[in-house]
Write a protein that binds this ligand. Structure first.
Ligand code: NAD
Length: 453
């Protein structure tokens, strides 16, 4: 580990990564490699948790291609020094801000979207001129190995390397000094990463999780609301950090909602054995999910099979905030429905919990929509949809409070891996002498005038 990092630091210090054409070339090379290896990547992710080619393209690779295209198209603009106005006291200087790479970056990925969550931060890091040590999640073993093979056979290790491994290897990496750590994963491991980073005062971005609510506030378009919600919840079998974790519905609408949910889920694409429905990543996670099931409250599904690692899409009715399923992020295909009478009370209940990564509001009532957007703090979200906000790279993606620190995607990713250096550039043809000793009453008067006090 020490060698890898010292070699990367030495390479960074040659200043090659500061060249914009170098960065563009590396990003294009990465895109070509991913495109050339699409079938291989598809096979690996299918072997790991039966993710389909459709999902692999739409949720993983396409997002990476879009990130690369956005970065290569805009890199010159993003990395240009930016002139800003200069205040009177500094006349006749010029002021500008220079974005510079942070240096050697460590990226630690989560397993649920293994390509996207490993390579999207790497694209941002490369675009900003950093070197990259990438540690994908070890849980999907085939995707981790495939990423390591593709990157390590094609990039110089002093610029971009994939280090495979689990907890032990990650902890060894975390003992090293990096200039930036970008972590995607759970809140408890996020805390470990933050503590390790503190030792070296390394800046971190933490992309974590939480319980993201979906509010259903009217039934004007219930069929569309439910269609979008069901897709978002059971995509990747609920193993999505921004999946709607639970539904909050006005009591009067609950029965119609449950009926509609059951009808929508009952459609063929979500049935067990269908290749579009992915497996749960591990037996351990199936057992964790099984503990959330309260048989008396299940109105749909609730079955699972350890051998095939398939967990049925499940809906639970009459859930309260005190139930087991409401104590942790579900991260699986269980959808609890909580009915409420008062919007104010339910907003207060959400606010008593940690700030969620996402929040979804289904309503045609603009006042109610704005009330929720105004009163609840969360990472990002949608109105009348779910998950799709992640697909617009013009918006920062990240959490707040326990759901994360910092953000990325598009230019926000570039910023995350950059330092903005402020420069005051002063010519020598004028020297007022005002700031120098002796500080006479005359100088004091002029100093106050100049500072506008
Ligand atoms: P995880 O925290 O278990 O693992 C994430 C990474 O940390 C892995 O690479 C793993 O090897 C490493 N790791 C695990 N335990 C460690 C330890 N003790 N010390 C050092 N490193 C360790 O998370 P996960 O199971 O891969 O992902 C699920 C979680 O991630 C969920 O909470 C989900 O909401 C969150 N998530 C967030 C985002 C986001 O963008 N905000 C995206 C996907 C997942």
């Amino acid at each position: 580990m020490e060698n890898i990092i010292s070699n990367q630091r030495a390479f960074f210090n040659t200043n090659q990564t500061k060249n914009i054409d170098f960065r563009i070339k590396q990003l294009q090379k990465l895109k070509t490699l991913l495109q050339k290896n699409e079938e291989r990547l598809e096979k690996a992710i299918y072997e790991d948790f039966s993710k389909s080619a459709f999902d692999n393209y739409s949720n993983e690779l396409a997002l990476l291609y879009l990130e690369i295209d956005d970065a290569t198209r805009n890199l010159k603009k993003w990395s240009a020094r930016k002139r800003v106005s200069t205040n009177l006291v500094n006349f006749p200087a010029r002021s500008y801000i220079i974005p510079e790479p942070l240096g050697v970056s460590l990226i630690i990925g989560a397993w649920n979207y293994p390509y996207q969550l490993s390579f999207a931060p790497a694209i941002a890091a490369i675009a900003a001129g950093n070197t990259v040590v990438l540690k994908p999640s070890e849980l999907p073993a085939n995707t981790s190995r495939t990423m390591a093979e593709i990157i390590n056979q094609n990039f110089e290790p002093e610029f971009f390397i994939v280090v495979e491994g689990g907890v032990q290897e990650t902890q060894l990496l975390l003992q090293q000094r990096f200039d930036k750590i970008f972590f995607t994963g759970s809140v408890p491991v996020g805390r470990i990463v933050y503590q390790a980073a503190a030792k070296h005062l390394t800046p971190v971005t933490l992309e974590l999780g939480g319980k993201s609510p979906a509010f259903i506030l009217d039934d004007k378009n219930l069929d569309i609301y439910v269609k979008r919600l069901v897709w978002a919840k059971f995509l990747n079998a609920g193993q999505t950090c921004i999946a709607p974790d639970y539904i909050l519905v006005k009591s009067s609408l609950k029965d119609a909602l449950i009926q509609q949910l059951i009808a929508e889920i009952g459609k063929e694409q979500f049935s067990i054995g269908n290749q579009n429905y992915v497996q749960i990543i591990s037996e351990k996670n199936i057992n964790r999910l099984a503990k959330y099931i309260d048989k008396n409250k299940v109105v749909y599904g609730g079955n699972y099979d350890l051998a095939t690692r398939v967990f049925e899409p499940t809906v639970m009715d009459n859930v309260t905030f005190d139930d087991a399923v409401m104590q942790e992020e579900i991260f699986g295909p269980i959808l609890p429905v909580i009915a409420f009478e008062s919007v104010d009370d339910v907003i207060a209940a959400v606010k008593r919990r940690e700030k969620p990564l996402s929040c979804y509001v289904f309503t045609q009532d603009k006042k109610l929509r704005d009330k929720i957007l105004h009163e609840i703090s969360f990472g990002g979200g949608c109105v009348n949809d779910a998950i799709m906000h992640i697909s617009n790279s013009k918006m920062p993606f990240g959490g707040v409070g326990e759901s994360g620190i910092g953000s990325y995607h598009g230019q926000f990713g570039f910023r995350t891996f950059s330092h903005y250096k402020s420069i005051l550039d002063k010519p020598v043809w004028l020297e007022s002498g005002l700031k120098y000793f002796p500080h006479t009453p005359f100088k004091f008067k002029w100093m106050k005038r100049l500072l506008k006090l």
